[in-house]
Design a protein around this ligand. Structure first.
Ligand code: PAF
Length: 281
């Protein structure tokens, strides 16, 4: 497995691989990798001849009062996990390498105005900017994203269509701890007490899954889920929403495929979780 810190190095290697006729899978990450990332790398390794993992804490997707500085980093550990799971190249650029004198950013319409976009208004602009840059640098055939970031996945799928990227986007299932908590690099911020409290997210997901049905009201699902979270003293709800799976807009009734998503503060740590519900026609 190789590592590269410059765009030039990545382009040279990709050029060689393409000459050999190899297909390329890209797994974009912000590092501090866990089993959720490992599942993406493994899947890319199964489906593509060469796998590139980008490991870059992207400053443009963090708001002014968010955790950019505190975001956990451990490049050596990341490299070990990448190697074990079949990556061929880890791209680990500096912020200057990615953003030197950058004046151009992606602009996303309505899809970014709900759910996480309300509390994090510049987040998806930064995500789409860095992901489109990575797409142009690596020119992958396929790119792999986790379904835990369901709104991100929906926005990236739409960006690929709208901007004519010739890349297949693969969504991979949420990976959970044994007790249900969705794996996240941010789980590391939790104290032991908060870690226990954080279970209210996956418990709310289970409650939502058992409550939801075709043509039920969204508020009935939301209320059941909120009652679980509200019972946890360390939890503070940012949102619990039922949105149309395609356009991310809130729906009153579950008559088409929906995403049921939430963001909850456990102490100072903001965690997300979700599930999708498919409506048989
Ligand atoms: O999901 C993430 O870790 C990030 O948002 C991504 C896609 C790597 C862009 O920085």
């Amino acid at each position: 497995m190789k590592t590269a810190s410059t765009i030039k190095e990545v382009r040279a290697l990709v050029k060689e691989w393409k000459k050999e006729g190899f297909t390329i899978g890209l797994v974009p990450t912000m590092g501090f990798l866990h089993e959720g990332h490992a599942s993406l790398i493994k899947r890319a390794h199964e489906e593509c001849d060469r796998v590139v993992v980008s490991d870059f804490v992207n400053p443009t997707q963090f708001g002014p009062n968010e955790d950019l500085e505190a975001y956990p980093r451990d490049f050596d550990r990341d490299c070990r996990l990448c190697k074990e799971n079949g990556a061929d190249l880890v791209f680990h650029p500096s912020p200057d390498e990615m953003y030197h004198d950058q004046h151009t950013y992606m602009n996303i319409d309505t899809l970014s105005e709900t759910l996480c976009g309300v509390t994090r208004p510049i987040h998806f602009r930064g995500v789409c900017t860095v992901v489109s840059k990575l797409f142009n640098i690596v020119t992958p055939d396929k790119a792999y994203f986790g379904e835990k970031d369901a709104q991100q996945l929906a926005i990236i799928r739409k960006m690929v269509i709208d901007m004519n990227f010739d890349i297949e986007i693969i969504g991979c299932p949420i990976v959970r701890e044994a007790d249900g908590l969705a794996k996240s690099s941010r789980n590391t911020y939790l104290t032991p007490e908060e870690r226990k409290a954080a279970l209210c997210l996956s418990q709310a997901v289970s409650k939502g899954k058992s409550t939801i049905c075709k043509n039920c009201s969204s508020s009935s699902v939301i209320n059941e889920m909120k009652s679980i979270i509200d019972a946890e003293p360390l939890a503070k709800i940012d949102y619990v929403s039922v949105v149309d799976a395609n356009n991310m807009q809130p729906v009153e009734k579950v008559s088409n495929d929906v995403l049921v998503a939430m963001a909850v503060y456990i102490g100072k740590t903001r965690l997300i979780d979700n599930f999708s519900f498919h409506v048989e026609k």
